[in-house]
Write a protein that binds this ligand. Structure first.
Ligand code: NAD
Ligand code: DAU
Length: 377
């Protein structure tokens, strides 16, 4: 029976991955290993917490002996590693924490997996260490086109109807790493360690690099949930710089489906980019968020445009991200299932319907609750 540790399962993307695996694979043992930092919230998983194939373990991925003991106890056959410090703005203020969790934490997990699986008679057979990374490791793309065409323009790279390309280039799997923020530098370092463990020890690893995710349960420090909440409460919307930066957005459940496909059918030692060919300038997305939120709240559509407030740009702000995910589409048949318009509508509706969740995670009550619940353990 597969026994899988999913790290960071109480966070945004991790909770969708845990839910998918617990529901889809009743014969698998799913162990959610999470430290419950400010970004981890067990309320994200209240619908599956009693499932017989699910177990939550509060643990730091930097705890080598704890992870090793858990792998022994649960006869772990696979690791899907999402736990990380994930917010770029926090990494600018506190890079050490990012190095600790994202680099040392990943290295600790690799070392524990290596030690445990090497100790088994069958070794690495049937084992898999799947590391979830980001497109930010590739750096930033430009907004130019060799033929002088003014962006946005459509390209043949798209399989979707909503694709806008703001430049000629995309992130492909063979691109050299050029991270700019402490966050992306720490993720790049962790990716290198994962590949080094394959090349040096033969550990069966896979790395994927995904574009910006959006959807339910995202911590409201990130653009989309922060702005939906601010629009609801008629608070200013702090747009960095001129709002010209481009991000490539993917609905979180589509990312979780990609992780499922790649965990089961991806080639060991390989890398896959995951993205929806769905580029948006920040300012355009902010306008869509305002229109959608206004409409769902019964306000005149666009009434809250005056909340847009241009603020000092993020330091080292990457101009454009755009993922080329054709390898994944071609080799494993994965495609995003949701059009952006539908995904945004669902997302705005979810945050408006779950104001209690937002209030809870912004008040810090849930952190105090976990501190009490786990005190002394
Ligand atoms: P998140 O911040 O919402 O969740 C991170 C989770 O990791 C939390 O539950 C937190 O408690 C846990 N965690 C943090 N430090 C830990 C530690 N030391 N030990 C154990 N658990 C710890 O993050 P997210 O947005 O869901 O991102 C998940 C992963 O996906 C990250 O590795 C991130 O780099 C990657 N990623 C995110 C995006 C995105 O758009 N959010 C896109 C591509 C890749
Ligand atoms: O590309 C994948 C990455 O996407 C992930 O690896 C990261 O974990 C995830 O946080 C995300 O990084 P970004 O920095 O792109 O996401 P964020 O939501 O912080 O910002 C999206 C864009 O919006 C970015 O260009 C900065 C801008 N922004 C963000 C905030 C929070 C604003 O203009 N104002 C804001 O208040």
């Amino acid at each position: 029976m597969p026994s899988i540790i999913i790290t960071g399962g109480a966070g945004f993307i991790g909770s969708h991955v845990v839910r998918l695996f617990v529901n889809k694979y009743p014969d698998y043992r799913i162990i959610n290993l999470d430290k419950l930092t400010y970004a981890g919230n067990l309320a994200n998983l209240s619908d599956i917490e009693a499932a017989p194939n699910y177990r939550f373990v509060r643990m730091d991925i930097c705890d080598f002996s704890g992870v090793l003991a858990l792998m022994n106890e649960e006869h772990v056959t696979g690791i899907i590693h999402l736990a990380a410090e994930s917010h770029v703005d926090r990494s600018i203020k506190d890079p050490l924490t990012f190095a600790q969790t994202n680099v040392m934490g990943t290295l600790t997990l690799l070392q524990a997996a290596l030690a445990y699986w090497q100790s088994l008679p069958e070794g690495f057979e049937g084992k898999r260490f799947y590391h979830i990374s980001t497109d930010e490791v590739y750096g930033a793309l430009s907004m130019t086109h060799p033929q002088g065409i003014e962006p946005p323009f459509t390209t043949t790279a798209s399989s979707g109807s909503h694709h806008l390309a703001y430049g000629e280039a995309f992130f492909t799997e063979d691109l050299k790493y050029q991270p700019h923020s402490p966050y992306s530098a720490s993720k790049a370092a962790s990716d290198h360690f994962v590949r080094a463990f394959h090349d040096t020890y033969g550990l069966p690893t896979i790395v994927t690099n995904c574009s910006n995710n959006y959807g339910p349960y995202q911590f409201p420090e990130k653009l989309i949930p922060l702005f939906i909440n601010n629009i609801r409460h008629r608070r200013p919307l702090p747009v960095y710089g001129r709002g010209e930066n481009v991000r490539d957005w993917l609905y979180v459940e589509d990312h979780a489906r990609a992780i499922d496909v790649i965990f089961h059918r991806g080639r060991v030692a390989d890398t896959y980019n995951i993205g929806g060919f769905n580029e948006w300038k920040n300012i355009d997305i902010v306008r869509v968020l305002i229109q959608t939120t206004d409409r769902l709240l019964g306000r005149p559509e666009g009434a809250d445009m005056d909340l847009i407030t241009y603020v000092t740009d993020r330091a080292g702000h990457d101009l454009r991200y755009a993922i080329d995910s054709r390898k994944l589409q071609r080799e494993l048949g994965w495609e995003p299932s949701l059009q952006f318009e539908e995904g945004i509508e669902r997302t705005v509706r979810w945050y408006l319907d779950n104001q209690a969740w937002l209030d809870n995670v912004t008040s810090g009550d849930y952190q105090r609750y976990y501190e009490q619940m786990y005190a002394g353990r």
